[in-house]
Design a binder for this molecule. Structure first.
Ligand code: TXA
Ligand code: MG
Length: 322
């Protein structure tokens, strides 16, 4: 198994040294754990793609300490970024901007743009500081297509065969869903991936923001319809539709629902919070647990809303069940 390290000064130094030597290191963020390498080191970037089994055309997010760090890797500076970054950074908002020529094209999946965000998790920030403000390119620390990790142990499970991988332990990720991705290189700002920074709050700052329902793979490969998926086949069921769905299912199912008293044996109910924020922070752990039960199917009760914070939850549920 990989090595899980408590985030002491010494282990942060070791992690930074490993990254400077061209290795990938897993670290916590407030959204999900990331598998990071130095943005400017093509060796480390290649390691990230290899370990994740990630197609080389799926670009990575560069993590920086602040807007100053972002300006080092983007071309020009879109004036809209001032307000976005002063209000929402550090935090779960990723901006897609023109890539500076000095950023290796490998770190951007071959694109002329680069996605950048400033994580708020203290361990991620200590690692960035230890690297002297150099940017870290990091996708979520899961094998490609699988559920994102919100605990160090999730990373260790996905990368069980990577014996030398260092994982900095930062506890449970506060938000538990990947960052909001906003493309500022399009004619109008475009929401590529909903997250904890809501579409409504972005519209308050920017006015118009496009939010296409189904993303083309080309626009942002990580938004392919089936993604964030457990290994057990999963299906969404309407709210209050559990009894009807289970009546048709003779084999044991795992059921993520708001009221497990509707789940008779031999099925297993997993209680989900009614609060969108709490739901988001526990969803991936629940999907990973459901996956270990050896059930025939995972059934997931549809949340009560698809707006605000629920938009990101519903987006991930659709992809997990696509
Ligand atoms: O919360 C997060 O964003 C986490 C943590 C570790 O920061 N990272 C994460 O990375 O979710 P990843 O690689 O799993 O997802 C990045 C998403 C993908 O959908 C990718 O296609 C999109 O961002 N993306 C990255 N760079 C892009 C670019 N230049 N243009 C369009 N989409 C981009
Ligand atoms: Mg991912």
């Amino acid at each position: 198994m990989p090595i899980i390290l408590e985030p002491t000064d010494l282990s942060i130094q070791r992690a930074a040294e490993a990254m400077r030597a061209g290795q990938a290191v897993a670290f916590p963020t407030e959204t999900v754990y990331g598998l990071g390498a130095l943005t400017h080191d093509p060796r480390g970037i290649a390691e990230v793609y290899r370990m994740k089994w990630r197609p080389s055309n799926n670009p990575l997010i560069a993590h920086v300490l602040d807007a100053h760090g972002a300006r080092e890797i983007v071309e020009g500076w879109d004036p809209r970024c001032d307000e976005l970054t002063s209000r929402l950074w550090p935090g779960p908002l990723t901006l897609v901007l023109p890539r500076r020529a000095n950023v290796p094209v490998e770190a951007a999946g071959g694109r002329a743009t680069i996605a950048v965000r400033s994580p708020s998790h203290p361990v991620a920030r200590r690692l960035l500081q230890e690297l002297g403000g150099e940017s870290i390119s990091a996708p979520s620390a899961n094998r490609s297509g699988h559920v994102s990790p919100t605990l160090a142990s999730h990373v260790a499970e996905d990368f069980a065969t990577e014996l030398d991988l260092m994982i900095l332990n930062g506890g449970r990720s506060e938000f538990g869903l990947e960052s909001t991705v906003l493309d500022l290189t399009t004619a109008r700002p475009t929401l590529l991936r909903p997250g904890t920074v809501t579409l409504e709050s972005l519209r308050q700052i920017l006015g118009d923001v496009d939010a296409p329902e189904v993303h083309e793979q080309g626009a942002s490969p990580g938004t392919a319809p089936r993604h964030y998926a457990p290994r057990t086949p999963a299906a969404l069921i309407p709210i209050n539709g559990i009894r009807a769905a289970l009546a048709l299912e003779p084999r044991p199912c795992a059921v993520l629902c708001f009221d497990p008293s509707h789940v008779p044996s031999p099925h297993t109910g997993i209680t989900m919070p009614r609060d969108a924020h709490l739901y988001g922070s526990t969803l991936y752990d629940a999907l990973r647990s459901a996956d270990t039960l050896g059930c025939a199917r995972i059934l997931i009760e549809m949340p009560p809303s698809a707006d605000g914070l629920w938009r990101a939850v519903v987006d991930r549920l659709r992809r997990a069940t696509a």
